[in-house]
Design a protein. Sequence first.
Length: 349
Amino acid sequence: MNLPTEKTDIKLTQYSHGAGCGCKISPAVLDTILHSDFPPQKFPSLLVGNESKDDAAVFDLGDGTCIISTTDFFMPIVDDPFTFGAIASVNAISDIYAMGGDPFMAIAILGWPINKISPEVAKRVLEGSRKVCAEAGIPLAGGHSIDCPEPVFGLAVSGKMKKENLKRNDTAKEGSLLYLTKKLGIGVVTTAQKKGLVKEEHIKQAIESMLTLNKPGAEFGKLNYISAMTDVTGFGLLGHLCEMCEGSGLSAEIDFSKVPCFNFLQEYLQQKSIPGGTQRNWDSYGHKIKISNDEQRAILADPQTSGGLLVAVDADQKNEFESCANTLGLQLQSFGKLIKKSDQVVTVL
């Protein structure tokens, strides 16, 4: 995506205590919040709701079509308002693609400290969102705004799919191969930026990744040899892989050397550029992981903003899937596999 080159003196990250999907509440705390003592209500047409920890809600219209509904918003992960609005929008729309569907409409969610930052800056955030929505082929059709102590932006997005194309995160099969469509390390790089350590070419790579729509997910939804899919965001690869494994009654083995990640992360890890969300993530699920060293932990539990799709593929369709991904502009290789449930949910080799 080509972004406008307009300069601004505003540095949005100075106005927020968190950044991007690193703002997310930890998995352990979220479990407490979502627990309900009310008896569950039965809605036969609700195919996916809170119970599966999936990316979006899915409702069956009864005619072979499903509606997908999701929302996602966060505080600035970059200083430029246009880019912030664009990244937040790509991130929110991703949930539709992660279910195997196509988005058709979005509405905006804006919280703005009107006594600190001018409304003209908020306009730039919305302009970034409009550009992304246009790229996705959907209208930004409305929204809601409030006066808020910190800048917050995101979208509520509606999508649709054929019922048979639904991809959940809790339906993976034993023996499936694991793929990830974007590189890890967004949290490390953006933390280095906040510390004034990042190299320009590295933050540009991170921003380019965050601005890339997960459109291949809509095509992956049509492939019956993909048994499960989700996107990797604030809980890190390990957190979202744990959700896939536990929901499917399986465990996973992953080869760290094959996990896609930015090849410059080590220099920032040596400078302690590790976001606080990494430790919150590890505190929530670290006891479920067998891992070799701190570097692996720092990368695999790193909170991702607008991360890639985590895809479980039938092993006998490896070549077919990789060929399909190649036609969609993705050069992918498997980094792990799903195995019979064991004492450890994920083992890092």
